[in-house]
Design a protein around this ligand. Structure first.
Ligand SMILES: [Zn+2]
Length: 65
């Protein structure tokens, strides 16, 4: 089952939830009652994104030369 990560909009605590695709998304942080928002950036993909960003900044630097 996939693991979803949520961030509380009130206390900004990150909550991980293991849910199946048919389960409803969490919307309320049980600890404080704040609104939970799904985080769509797993750690593995965030690493890839950093690499792309590096390549992009390098090409823009050579054009200013
Ligand atoms: Zn909270």
């Amino acid at each position: 089952m996939p693991t979803y990560e949520y961030e509380c909009q009130r206390c900004h605590e990150r909550v991980e939830a293991v849910q199946s695709f048919s389960d409803p998304a969490l919307s309320v942080h049980e600890n404080c009652g704040g609104e939970l928002k799904k985080v769509f950036s797993p750690v593995g993909i965030a690493f890839k994104g950093t690499g792309f960003y590096k390549t992009d900044s390098r090409s823009s630097g050579s054009s200013s030369e």
